[in-house]
Design a protein around this ligand. Structure first.
Ligand SMILES: Nc1ncnc2c1ncn2[C@@H]1O[C@H](COP(=O)(O)OP(=O)(O)O)[C@@H](O)[C@H]1O
Ligand SMILES: [Mg+2]
Length: 266
């Protein structure tokens, strides 16, 4: 995949750096003292229960969320910097497309905003497996197809950083597997992906995981580390074990067992 020219992330560097980030919404603290980096050219999974702050964190990274403290650097610039506009793709949880337009017209429209041509449009549609539906009005598509149109509208810009908020919700298992395969190919081609999910089993597709709980970062680790520290091959179980024993998440005690109480907050 060829990227547009400005701001290429250095292969070994971090695409996103978050320091001491705090965000309040509706008068209460939603994100609290977050510190982490997102490696470039990899898939990072943002995992946590509903309400844990995943969407708010993604909004902060794409620069549409007012923050109370700390900093968010994206591709070496402050989040929301105008120069980042063509380099970040963001797909929200609710698919936002024009229902009266065909799949192709929708993708072409978003492509035009980034000065992309018809070839780029067709490539993005193929990347989400909607070639056969490209002339169909999006109003006539299924929910899963709609969210893939939304994804194509982000892909057409060929962003360096792709932020996807629960992109696999409502998709059948086959499509879900296909989509993860496409994400992997994009990462192999150099795109940085941040993908949220509240389904722990999806963690296995990611190179790196950010585990969020109640607005705090419980851990940043690989799926293999999650499995090991949480003492389970089942990543859902392992995550629950980390919640029950936050010291395991921090890696402070090694594979301790038994004696700690069920302190829920990390
Ligand atoms: N616009 C808003 N106003 C007030 N509180 C909000 C708003 N949006 C989200 N919240 C609260 O922020 C917390 C995190 O929400 P969100 O980031 O959407 O979590 P997630 O995406 O993990 O489900 C929740 O407690 C939610 O109720
Ligand atoms: Mg959300």
């Amino acid at each position: 995949m060829s990227h547009s020219t400005v701001l290429p992330p250095k292969p070994s560097s971090e695409a996103v750096e978050v320091r001491k980030l705090a965000v309040s919404r509706g008068g209460h603290q939603v994100l609290d003292d977050l510190n982490f980096g997102i490696p470039a050219g990899r898939i990072t999974g943002l995992l946590g229960p509903s309400g844990s702050g995943k969407t708010t964190l993604m909004r902060a990274i794409v620069g549409v969320q007012k923050i109370n403290a700390g900093s968010v650097q994206v591709l070496g610039r402050p989040a929301g910097h105008p120069s980042l506009r063509h380099h970040i793709g963001y797909v929200t949880q609710a698919p936002s497309v024009y229902p009266d337009l065909s799949v192709e017209a929708n993708v072409r429209y978003f492509g035009a905003m980034h000065r992309k041509n018809r070839n780029d449009t067709l490539e993005a549609i193929a990347a989400v497996g909607l070639e056969k539906q490209s002339r169909q009005k999006t109003a006539d598509l299924s929910g899963g197809q709609l969210s893939r149109v939304s994804l194509a509208c982000a892909l057409v810009a060929k962003p360096h950083l792709l932020v996807l908020d629960e992109p696999t919700v409502g998709l059948d298992p086959v499509l879900r597997a296909e989509l993860w395969e496409r994400f992997r190919k994009m990462a192999d081609a150099g795109t940085t992906l941040l993908v949220s999910s509240h389904v722990m089993e999806e963690a296995s597709h990611c190179a790196s995981l950010l585990l969020l709980r109640e607005g705090r970062l419980l851990a940043q680790l690989t799926p293999a580390e999650l499995s090991r520290r949480g003492s389970s091959q089942d990543l859902e179980r392992a995550f629950l074990n980390l919640i029950l024993k936050p010291s395991l998440a921090a890696g402070l005690t090694g594979a301790g067992s038994g004696a700690e109480t069920s302190e829920v907050r990390p």
